[in-house]
Write a protein that binds this ligand. Structure first.
Ligand SMILES: NC(=O)c1ccc[n+]([C@@H]2O[C@H](COP(=O)([O-])OP(=O)(O)OC[C@H]3O[C@@H](n4cnc5c(N)ncnc54)[C@H](O)[C@@H]3O)[C@@H](O)[C@H]2O)c1
Length: 323
């Protein structure tokens, strides 16, 4: 099948492209390389079934000019657009909410606009737990009202909404994945990545945002891709599906992650917490995911949050030159 992956040079998009290619699909990957890197797609770039397009999906006129001719020239209909492009720079989005509007929402809106030129096409969106905002208890897919507390979460919720509307007009089907914290090699951001970058700069002391008591679920990227592929394959005739994807546990605390990162770095750095119950404006310090719907559909994670974090720390420590 012919697939399009937006945000292909990023952390998750690059792993997804590798999996789609390994399963025998053809992939057109799109990225403006604002956060992603060519290095992340080194393997894909050598694959004859992969085509990389450097294009900015927030600029509709430019995207129409750059993307549509390549898709038309592919000689077959696109089966699914996997929309992974978004702003993953949380701090940047807090300082300037227009970044989330541009890279998280406008990329979705414009991707859907480009999809008007395709027939029988499906979309798969990487959404987020941030759409839920703050709720007591476990987050199920039916919890509401959805009142995100970050602009990023708001732009993802808006993305889910325009996708839902587009199914009524020109899309065949939509799969919406609500991701937890995803970790693993090629990470471009996130707590493990940030701590390793800080340790490379100052190996004596590392600053951790918040009081370290934030507790969240973490999933390794390899299991995330398994789950996304499982949901996509088993959608059947349903027009829209929404699934939480995550580990089957209560998560792991940031203080524990920081200790594991310092140990793996071999620096012996002191850990200094900035204090307060959250890391940044819009951070949801604790949440618990219900993955019952996904388990009922037939997919279960293999690893705990702690195991996923430990594996990712090993992978990223090597990538960042600590081992
Ligand atoms: N990593 C996580 O923990 C996590 C959690 C929840 C949701 N998600 C979602 O998963 C998706 C992938 O995230 P990631 O962690 O791989 O982030 P990432 O930053 O590594 O990947 C996103 C990619 O999108 C590209 N991009 C951004 N704006 C673009 C634009 N205007 N035009 C074209 N390309 C553009 C970036 O260059 C980057 O390569 C995102 O939609 C993100 O919101 C990730």
């Amino acid at each position: 099948m012919l697939m399009v992956v937006t945000g292909v040079a990023g952390f998750i998009g690059s792993h997804l492209a590798d999996r789609l290619l390994a399963e025998g699909h053809r992939v057109i990957g799109i990225d403006n390389l604002s956060r992603g890197t060519r290095q992340n797609i080194t393997a894909a770039l050598t694959h004859s079934a992969f085509c990389f397009l450097e294009a900015d999906l927030s600029d509709l006129a430019a995207a129409e000019k750059d993307v549509l001719p390549v898709i038309a020239a592919a000689g077959r209909a696109v089966d699914t657009v996997w929309h992974m492009a978004a702003n993953s720079d949380i701090a940047g989005g807090i300082a300037d909410p227009a970044i989330d509007l541009r890279d998280t929402f406008a990329t979705t809106f414009n991707t859907l606009w480009l999809m008007r030129q395709m027939t029988g096409v499906r979309v798969a969106l990487a959404s987020t737990s941030a759409v839920y905002g703050v709720h007591p208890g476990k987050l199920t897919e039916t919890v509401g009202p959805l009142l995100p507390i970050s602009n990023y979460g708001a732009m993802k919720l808006a993305s889910e909404a325009v996708i839902s509307a587009a199914v009524e007009s020109h899309l065949q089907q939509a799969c919406i994945f609500r991701l937890p914290n995803v970790v693993g090699s090629r990470g471009t951001h996130g707590v493990i990545y940030d701590l390793l970058v800080k340790l490379a700069r100052s190996p004596e002391e590392v600053e951790v945002l918040g009081d370290g008591r934030q507790r969240k679920p973490y999933l390794h990227v390899s299991e995330l891709i398994d789950a996304m592929m499982f949901i996509w394959r088993n959608q059947g005739q349903e027009k829209r599906v929404i699934f939480n994807i995550g580990p089957d546990d209560e998560g792991i605390e940031v203080a524990e992650i920081a200790q594991e990162v310092v140990t793996a770095s071999g620096t012996g750095a002191r850990i200094r917490f900035t204090g307060g119950d959250r890391g940044w404006i819009g951070d949801v310090p604790r949440f618990r995911y219900s993955i019952e719907k996904l388990a009922h559909a037939g997919w279960r994670p293999r690893s705990s949050s702690a195991a996923a974090v430990r594996k990712a720390i090993r992978e990223l420590a090597v990538e960042r030159g600590f081992r």
